[in-house]
Design a protein around this ligand. Structure first.
Ligand code: HEM
Length: 450
């Protein structure tokens, strides 16, 4: 007997319950599964190491809306401009939450940041504050402005690469540390010498965490694996590296507290400390949030921008004719010195090349997974509340209906009949959109250009 029920009654009860669940699920019109689902793993093996490629291929077979099984959970995949724009922009609030993801959530203090927190007041307040702070920093002019910091870093990077005197190199490390240093300038108000011990530890920790967050996703699919010795390696490694990054950020917070000039905030941490003074009375932002949000700017703002720059170098190398055109435009407008933001409107071909790099190789091809905040209907399919939704941005950028011969690198796509650059064409969302749009879009665009 189980708590007064006979084993037989218990069995009947369970069967009825499972049948009710099954019928309830069947009564809904859920998006279809592609073929190739296997027990336990679902579609994980079929998706492989570059899931956006497989999902874009499945779009041709299964349409704009389908479901993939990721271990024990389903994720609805939206493809193509109409479906993705509908979810990201037109009905943003219905799709703007985040699903639980153990490794990601534990890295960000289970929602103490911006990217992992669920949709709601906390996210809106944090994002509003952080966006305003970045905007104010972006508007500063002269010494200590973001533009000057980026130009200075670009100059260091240029000298470093010139120092190799034409020998073959892999530029990945130099580009990554330069980009990380820009985040240091913006968040801490200081850049580091590339050989500085703290800076080396910081950049190594950022790169390691980003790699492990990808490699350790199996823990997010099967969270119980974090208790299994050996398999939990990624999780342990991430915690150790995050502790190192947080040590540096905490020291910077103390240094900023000592030297805070309330009339003249110089960097992101200064803006945070001022906001803390305001919000402590309202129980809003705490120092822990500042820690996680600052750390997030390093994670979200390093690999993304650095990889886009690396793709740019590769496409320039592979397309010498296009490289020559870029050079001619730069020589005519800027000459030998480094460009400033005021040159932007005079360099349409350069800007078109950057747009084309982000189209053909978007560094966040599936954005960050979203989750529905309510039960919604998409193209006649029912999508229950709290369903994980993957927005396949890559499928927009590779859609032949908008981009003929989409695999060809062709910056001219982004130039109008008068030769002006098209900034916001249809079927192009490298930074996402709506309530979850990338926080660093303006900063990233400045960095890529400068
Ligand atoms: C989110 C792209 C650089 C901070 C995102 C998303 C994409 C993206 C696709 C996901 C949007 C979604 O979930 O729907 C890029 C690209 C970059 C870049 C292509 C560079 C080329 C940066 C930089 C920062 C940044 C420089 C900050 C310093 C963030 C944050 C989020 C985010 C905080 C989360 C927003 C939220 O959850 O509401 N980015 N990003 N990103 N990005 Fe970026």
């Amino acid at each position: 007997q189980i708590s007064g029920l006979t084993g037989q009654t218990f069995l009947v009860f369970c069967t009825a319950f499972l049948l009710a669940c099954f019928l309830l699920k069947r009564s809904k019109n859920l998006p279809p599964y592609p073929a190739g689902r296997v027990p336990v793993l679902g579609h994980l093996l079929a998706l492989g190491r570059a899931p956006h490629l497989k999902l874009t291929a499945w779009r041709r077979q299964y349409g704009d809306v389908f479901t993939v099984r990721m271990g024990m959970k389903d994720a609805v995949v939206l493809n193509g401009y109409t479906a993705v724009k509908d979810a990201l922009v037109d009905r943003s609030e219905l799709f703007a939450s985040r699903p639980p993801n153990y490794l990601f959530d534990s890295t960000f203090g289970f929602g103490k940041d911006i990217a992992s927190v669920s949709w709601g007041t906390e996210l809106k307040q944090r994002k509003r504050f952080a966006t305003a702070a970045l905007k104010k920093l972006g508007m500063k002019v002269g010494m200590g402005s973001i533009e000057e910091d980026i130009r200075q870093e670009a100059s260091f990077l240029r000298n470093r690469i010139a120092g190799y005197k034409g020998k073959p190199i892999d530029p990945a490390h130099d580009v990554t540390v330069a980009v990380a240093n820009i985040i240091c300038s913006m968040v801490f108000g200081r850049r580091y010498d590339y050989e500085d011990e703290t800076f080396r530890e910081l950049t190594e920790a950022i790169v390691t965490v980003l790699a492990e967050l990808g490699a350790g996703q199996i823990i997010s699919v099967f969270p119980f694996l974090r208790f299994v010795p050996g398999v939990n390696r990624a999780s342990l490694c991430v915690s150790a590296q995050v502790a190192k990054i947080q040590k540096v950020v905490k020291e910077e917070i103390s240094r900023h507290r000592e030297h805070l000039d309330r009339e003249n905030p110089r960097d992101f941490l200064d803006f945070c400390l001022l906001e803390l003074e305001l919000q402590e009375k309202l129980e809003g932002l705490t120092e822990e949030h500042v820690l996680y949000i600052s750390q997030e700017l390093f994670f979200a703002g390093t690999d993304t921008t650095a990889n886009t720059l690396l793709w740019s170098l590769l496409y320039m190398t592979l397309n010498p004719d296009i490289q020559n055109k870029v050079h001619e435009e730069l020589d005519a407008v800027v000459g030998e010195s480094l460009p400033t933001l005021s040159h932007r409107s005079q360099l349409p071909y350069v800007n078109a090349c950057l747009q084309e790099v982000m189209r053909i190789r978007p560094v966040g091809p599936l954005a960050i997974p979203h989750a529905t905040t309510e039960a919604v209907k998409v193209r006649g399919y029912d999508i229950p509340k709290r369903t994980q939704v993957l927005l396949n941005l890559y499928s927009l950028h590779m859609d032949p209906a908008y981009w003929p011969d989409p695999d060809r690198f062709d910056p001219e796509r982004f130039l109008d009949a008068e030769g002006k650059v098209i900034n916001k064409p249809e079927s192009f969302l490298p930074f996402g959109g709506g309530g979850r749009v990338c926080l660093g879009e303006q900063l990233a665009r400045m960095e890529l250009f400068l």
